[in-house]
Design a protein around this ligand. Structure first.
Ligand code: ADP
Length: 400
């Protein structure tokens, strides 16, 4: 193995930059952090150093370039600067890879141009990812940089699952189809679930429920995605923290024609003011559970709508897969909210699904089974780790 054994993972959002430095020899994470409010008057950087010390800085950071330079300075202060010979590569999370990028890809000028051509289908996400890539390339032009796409894992979906039933020419002209997102998480979690079952991923059929602030479900057959709940954009599917998930598309015409809203206003309504927050004013499941305990009816209805949608997708994916070996919960809600897991499988005993109350109540950061011993379908919690997956994919690509 070469002496370069570290990978820096960058996840650039519209006004944020998350980073983790991973050591691929021992799996440790010497440094990690987050810059928030990039472009606002005061940005905030929180950095965790190798000794666990947390350093916080507030300063104006007008751009991702300024933010990444500040991150580079923090890393350098720990002896882990971007110029370190131990840095093997930078792995970038890129939200939309369209149909072209089915695998992690070393970034060249041509690749970057192609990611830019995808901006019309990912206007909220790809521009920030592109800025992150440009900035990192300017700082270390000689270092291999790899794009890991959120959509890539879903490119195995069969055409009948990926295509919307709308006019083919119009759909093709505008690249309108179901792409799916959170793919890095679905890939990692479905593989780890197989490992938990002691089986090879190629042998098992798994339903993955990634329930974070954004939420998506996927049906994975023998390691390949065959269906997923997000579509052209991350708006389709499950009820999320602030997104509606599935609605009748005619709701949007109605909001335009009858409510007089602009396209941008409808976009904002469905992406930012819907889902749990739109239903009850809170998008944090902890807060919703607390309100339910106090007898709050709106919080209870929001929870019930959330769980009802989840159940419908579980049922749909059982039908898509035919045989299901495991239903796996992951991300902030999936890993922590026992009440959501219990409610999601309640009444599904005839389909072989149930949770053991005691196992479900266990709090742990480890992958674990929560179904009763001998259950026909395993129900599991598998903490997701998108950074590790991005680092692994990046490292294996540059080490080949
Ligand atoms: P994202 O990466 O999409 O921003 P996460 O996967 O970190 O989101 O999930 C964040 C969400 O997880 C929070 O909004 C909250 O609803 C939920 N969450 C986090 N911790 C808990 C907990 N202990 N109990 C219930 N829900 C939790």
């Amino acid at each position: 193995m070469t002496s370069a054994h570290r990978v820096l993972v960058l996840n650039s959002g519209s006004s944020s930059l998350k980073y983790q430095l991973l050591d691929m020899r021992d799996g440790s994470r010497p440094a990690a952090g987050l810059v928030e409010r990039i472009g606002e008057r005061v940005s905030r950087l929180v950095h965790t150093a190798p000794d666990g010390e947390r350093r916080e800085r507030t300063a104006p950071m007008a751009s991702h370039e300024a933010a990444l330079k500040a991150v580079a300075a923090e890393l350098a202060a720990d002896g882990l600067g971007l110029d370190s010979p131990e840095l093997a590569a930078i792995g970038h999370r890129v939200v939309h890879g369209g149909l072209r990028f089915t695998e992690p890809t070393v970034i060249t000028d041509e690749v970057l141009a192609e990611i830019e051509r995808l901006v019309p289908v990912a206007p909220l996400h790809n521009p920030a990812n592109i800025t992150g890539i440009r900035t990192a390339r300017a700082l270390r032009p000689d270092l291999p940089q790899v794009a890991v796409f959120d959509t890539a894992f879903h490119t195995t979906m069969p055409e009948y699952a990926a295509r919307y039933a709308i006019d083919t020419e119009t759909a093709d002209a505008h690249r309108i189809r179901r792409y799916g997102f959170h793919g890095t998480s679905h890939a990692y979690v479905s593989r780890e679930a197989a490992r938990l079952l002691g089986r090879d991923p190629s042998e098992v059929n798994v339903i993955v429920l990634h329930l974070g602030n954004g939420a998506s479900a996927s049906a994975v057959a023998g390691g390949a995605c065959v269906d997923t709940s997000m579509g052209l954009t991350p708006l389709e599917g499950l009820v999320m923290g602030t997104r509606s998930g599935d609605v009748d598309p005619a709701v949007t015409f109605h909001l335009r024609r009858v409510a007089g809203m602009s396209v941008d206003e409808v976009d904002e309504l469905l992406n930012k003011r819907s889902g749990l927050v739109g239903l009850c004013g809170d998008n944090d499941m902890r807060e919703i559970r607390r309100r339910i305990e106090e007898g709050d009816e709106r919080a209870k209805l929001a929870f019930d709508i959330y769980v009802h949608r989840l159940k419908k997708y579980i049922g749909a994916y059982i039908a898509v897969l035919g045989r299901v070996d495991a239903v796996v919960f992951t991300a902030g809600v999936g890993e922590n909210a026992a009440a959501v897991r219990e409610a999601a499988v309640e009444g599904l005993e005839p389909l072989g699904l149930s949770v053991d109350a005691e196992l479900n109540a266990v709090r742990s950061g480890e992958p674990r089974l929560i179904s009763p011993a001998g259950a026909r379908v395993a129900v599991a919690v598998v903490p997701t780790d998108e950074e590790l997956e991005i680092a692994r994919q990046t490292y294996s690509l540059v080490n080949n």
